[in-house]
Design a protein around this ligand. Structure first.
Ligand code: ZN
Length: 328
């Protein structure tokens, strides 16, 4: 069975946290997911590390917040906030305010399209960000009216504590913000730009963000995923007989149940293939009116309309492309 193990700092005499989370997860026991550990740092109490096993939907919510945009406060985050506040109150910690973004990320810097917030002694890379923004906005034919708020954290723990969301990076379209542990972040910028056109199923939404993980500052336009191109990774999976049928990635929940080190580069490779074969303008037609929760059949019929080709057929063409791909 599943399991996200959450280590919550602070006293656990307060059964509220256990009850709240257990009540929510009880109904969904039995689903199988990879195990992950999420540590929520204590603000002012010694950590006791009680473990709460979460499954099913909790796992998906946590995972979906890992790399990409957060569409408002998820049910789990909301419950967790309630739980944390009741925990603080119960152990007498209520009088100490938790640190906030503005009280910790006190350094600011501004460039043409960003306002950066970071910890004194930490750093950001406005030169890269501007080069990337200019390239990406031209690629996507989109411009943001307001500057992006770029919150740079020293590490995942600081990000978790101050933004309330774990993982290396995420974007919030409602506040035009990027939250990241990286001094430069291309992926989340793409999410903010494409969100102005539409937000299709994550296979496409994440796919385009990975497909555009380039380095225009150094004139490197091959996207990079963990040191290699998404095509390289997809080809490895294909040759190993591990490449899932693309149609199995079109459902939102199914996509998020995959190991992101498979689903993301696979999606990125396929979308990059479409961009290079049919053009960005065609790919962007998948966005307007689309929704994160579109059914696979909805996405497939839209695909057929846009490309004049079936999704399955395009997948076969992509396989053939990968087999002759020689790049790293
Ligand atoms: Zn993403």
């Amino acid at each position: 069975m599943s399991a996200v193990r959450i280590n919550v700092g602070g006293a656990m005499e307060d059964e509220a946290l256990r009850r709240v989370v257990d009540a929510e997860s009880r109904a969904e026991r039995g689903e199988s997911f990879h195990q992950r550990h999420l540590t929520i740092e204590s603000w002012d109490a010694p950590a006791l590390h009680p473990a709460l096993n979460l499954t099913g939907k909790r796992m998906k919510l946590l995972r979906s917040a890992r790399r990409h945009k957060v569409r408002g406060l998820g049910a789990f985050s909301f419950l967790l906030l309630i739980a944390v506040f009741s925990l603080l109150a119960a152990c007498g910690g209520g009088s100490t305010s938790p640190p906030t973004l503005s009280s910790v990320l006190t350094e600011t810097q501004t460039s043409a399209h960003y306002i950066y917030h970071y910890t004194p002694g930490d750093n950001v890379n406005p030169i890269y960000q501007e080069a990337f923004y200019n390239w990406d906005s031209a690629q996507l034919s989109v411009n943001l009216e307001e500057k992006i708020q770029y919150y740079k954290f020293t590490d995942v723990n600081q990000k978790q504590q101050l933004s309330g969301v774990g993982g290396n990076a995420h974007a919030d379209t409602s506040t035009n913000s990027v939250f990241t542990i990286w001094p430069s972040d291309n992926h989340e910028t793409t999410h903010l730009l494409t969100a102005t056109i539409g937000m299709p199923t994550p296979f496409i939404n994440e796919g385009i963000a990975v497909a555009n993980q380039t380095d225009p500052l150094d004139k490197i336009y091959t996207p990079n995923w963990n040191g290699n191109s998404p095509h390289y990774w997809a080809k490895q999976y294909l040759q190993a007989g591990q490449l899932p049928a693309l149609s199995s990635l079109l459902d939102e929940s199914a996509f998020e149940a995959f190991d992101p080190n498979m689903s993301y580069p696979i999606a990125g490779s396929f979308i990059r293939y479409l961009i290079d074969t049919y053009g960005m303008a065609a790919v962007l037609k998948l966005f307007p009116g689309a929704s994160y929760s579109d059914s696979p059949s909805t996405t497939m019929s839209r695909f057929q309309e846009v490309f004049g080709k079936s999704f399955t057929g395009a997948g076969q063409d992509w396989h053939a492309f990968l087999m002759q791909y020689k790049g790293l």
